[in-house]
Design a protein. Structure first.
Length: 711
């Protein structure tokens, strides 16, 4: 288009931008693809959605720009806030350059008074995800005054007819609790100030019309691909369009741009769908799966030793555990916390990444070699961003701690979980951590790192300024450097469970630990809502002990295994304590997981909607079949349960549906339909989608696995 409009389209999503004026461009439309737009159509569209006709008053913005400012008459939260010499600076952006292709555009503007250059990149990428990034550069003369950046946020307009907002809340071992509210009036923000998104992270802000549903409904959402402090924003003002957006939360003075400096804000993902929450997830999953670094090999079945031995490391016992793991079909053996110098509990030794020879007199080499000889990968736990005061590194380098130097007394309450933060933006601290981990990865042939992060950041200061941004940039760089040096290395992001499961950390990690809770009842919802962003192959889901250590709940092995099947599966359990029947069931589960993971880890994730809130059903649908995990989390309301309709199947194909009871049979009462007790049946896809299957009256906290195969 040559008339000053930019029209981007890809995979059913369209964005129309008006760049005719001298100021920043305005988004006229973001949503469903419009198809080809002639110049005359774009002009008419601008007229169709305009607020008023000049020379009307300027009490409100004509249209809201990609970075709305007070100067536009915008009464919501400004897209950025800048300060010069401590005073708010109001830029006057002049658009210099526009570059665009079919699905990508770059806009460059300048502010003459400050010498600032603003670049806004907007691209529709795989899955129809719209990515927006702002980059601010100080291009003034060498003696020009520095500019402080208080915030720089990406935002996009949504229809004012949206009336509900979905965000998230939570706590440790109960992450990703959905919160649905009316769209709030005025300019509203949700913020995380933990140095990580947190267990109570908003995750995303998703606007819709009516209560969000899994299988239907139009939604507009935003997620910030950033693993530290953040802001999500909603602006529902009465005299302009509604905006949603997100950006990094910066402390005052954290980003100060001297001439030549640049601040690249984290990218924000904007997702539109007319197919409900499943459609939202499908777009993000498609984007993730299209990345060149997305895991391509089958996701191995894991045994993590934490809930098997905790800190009680005994080489002979762990060698025996490794042998049993290989016997039952485990593919990755991960030695968790407790292996390094002086680490007998969680009060000491973080930062001293040296094998404890009093516990491991021959080092970890023999165990790593044994694990590899048994045909398994070897993994090791680290918490590289943290340091204990009772450690050699802290005693030698107290200046490497990331805290406010005005509070040097370590009893001032700045510790969290008995530990402190290593200032990885300090080059010497960075080199220390990189060197110790690199030596172990290379020396032992480590295949996998469980990278933990067990505390919030408190009063973080680096080089006299707030240090959260620099710390996160250093963490990203450290992870990337380790993977550069060891291309086959895989890394799991764990942050007290699911406190850091964003798209930013997934640029340098290969999976996340969704929660420290292995209680499968809690996990049903934690994994369901983690899956709004992340496909199952990226989400660790382990079978824990019979009685959960985080909740005290006792559950059947079949239920725990069905829940584990919904992700990147594994065990966090002393399987040496299992009886013969349990051991045989574990081996059968291992075989079942390996058989079904090609479907689970590539299929489109769907959630058939049932009325009774006790049901949890999650499906993974591919071209030639599907897997559905059917579970209850409480007692059913009706003696005769509902019918389960299976969405996503080819209506013109015939399918064999069978219950995979290798993990054990689900328990039920009153009603058990013939197809269920017989183990399955054959039906056309249209009947499975439109009529469905009569569900049995499952007892509370029971589950079964349906395998659907095209015939």
């Amino acid at each position: 288009m040559t008339s000053g409009f930019v029209h981007l389209e890809r995979e059913g999503v369209g964005v129309v931008i008006d760049a005719r004026g001298s100021g920043l461009p305005c988004v006229l439309h973001w949503g469903a693809a419009t198809g080809p737009l002639a110049d005359a159509d774009a002009i008419a569209l601008a007229q169709a959605v305009s607020r008023q006709t000049p020379p009307g008053t300027l009490d409100a913005a004509w249209q809201v720009s990609l970075s709305p400012q007070e100067a536009d008459g915008w009464t919501g939260r400004p897209g950025m806030q800048l300060r010069a010499a401590g005073i708010v600076h109001h830029p006057r952006w002049l658009l210099d350059e526009v570059e665009s292709t079919g699905d990508r555009a770059v806009f460059r503007a300048r502010d003459e008074a400050s010498g600032l250059l603003l670049t806004i990149e907007l691209a529709i990428e795989a899955g129809g995800v719209v990515w927006v990034r702002h980059v601010l550069r100080h291009d003034g003369e060498a003696d020009a005054a520095p500019i402080d950046v208080d915030w720089l946020e990406a935002s996009m307009p949504v229809p004012t007819t949206t009336d509900t907002l979905l965000t998230f809340d939570g706590r440790w071992t109960r992450e990703k609790r959905p919160v649905v509210t009316p769209v709030p009036a005025g300019a509203t923000v949700r913020q995380s100030r933990r140095g990580r998104p947190g267990h109570d992270s908003p995750v995303a802000a998703i606007a819709g019309i009516g209560v969000p549903r899994w299988g239907a409904g139009e939604l507009w959402g935003v997620h910030l691909a950033w693993s530290s402090d953040l802001t999500t924003r909603v602006d529902r003002v009465t005299d302009a369009v509604t905006l949603i957006g997100a950006g990094e939360l910066l402390r005052p003075g954290e980003i100060r741009l001297a001439p030549g400096d640049e601040y690249a804000a984290p990218r924000a993902a904007f997702v539109h769908t007319a197919a409900g929450l499943d459609g939202f997830a499908d777009r993000v999953h498609t984007w993730l799966r299209a990345r060149p670094q997305h895991p391509a090999s089958p996701r191995p079945l894991v045994l993590n030793t934490w809930e098997a031995v905790y800190f009680d490391h005994d080489p002979a016992r762990l060698a025996t555990l490794a042998e049993r793991a290989a016997e039952v079909g485990i593919e990755r053996f991960v030695l968790d916390d407790g292996w390094f110098q002086g680490r007998r509990d969680d009060t000491t030794s973080l930062g001293d990444w040296i094998v404890d020879r009093t516990v491991w007199p021959d080092g970890l080499g023999p165990l790593a070699a044994q694990v590899h000889d048994l045909g398994m990968q070897f993994g090791l736990w680290f918490e590289p961003e943290m340091v204990s005061l009772d450690s050699e590194v802290a005693r030698a380098h107290p200046d490497w701690l990331l805290h406010d130097p005005a509070h040097l007394d370590h009893d001032a309450g700045l510790s969290w979980r008995g530990q402190y933060v290593m200032d990885l933006a300090n080059p010497d601290a960075y080199a220390h951590v990189l060197g110790q981990i690199d030596a172990l990865v290379g020396g032992l042939g480590i295949d996998f790192i469980k990278w933990d992060h067990n505390r919030d950041l408190v009063e973080s200061m680096h080089a006299g300024r707030p240090g959260g941004h620099a710390q996160m940039a250093a963490v990203y760089a450290l992870l990337a450097e380790l993977k550069h040096r060891h291309p086959a290395l895989e890394i799991e992001s764990c942050s007290s469970g699911g406190a850091r499961t964003d798209l930013g950390i997934l640029e340098v990690a290969d999976r996340v630990w969704a929660s420290d809770s292995n209680d499968p009842v809690e996990r049903q919802d934690i994994q369901r809502w983690t899956g709004l962003l992340l496909p199952p192959e990226l989400v660790g889901a382990h079978v824990g002990p019979t009685t959960s250590h985080s909740s005290g709940r006792t559950t059947d092995l079949s239920y725990r295994m069905a829940t584990s099947l919904m992700g990147s599966a594994g065990f966090e359990w002393d399987i040496m304590s299992c009886d013969d029947d349990e051991t045989r069931t574990i081996a059968r589960f291992a075989a079942l997981y390996k058989e079904l993971r090609p479907l689970v880890h590539t299929g489109r994730v769907v959630h058939p909607e049932l009325r009774d809130p006790a049901w949890r059903v999650t499906g993974y649908v591919a071209d030639d079949g599907a897997v559905f995990v059917v579970a209850t989390v409480a007692s059913l309301e009706d003696a005769r349960a509902e019918r389960l309709r299976l969405p996503g199947l080819d209506r013109d194909r015939r399918y064999r549906v069978r219950v995979r009871d290798e993990i054990g049979a689900a328990r039920y009462g009153w009603i058990a339909p013939e197809w269920f007790t017989a183990g399955g049946l054959d039906l056309p896809g249209a009947l499975l989608a439109d009529v469905g299957l009569q569900l049995p009256t499952l007892w509370p906290v029971q589950a079964f696995v349906l395998h659907v195969e095209a015939v």
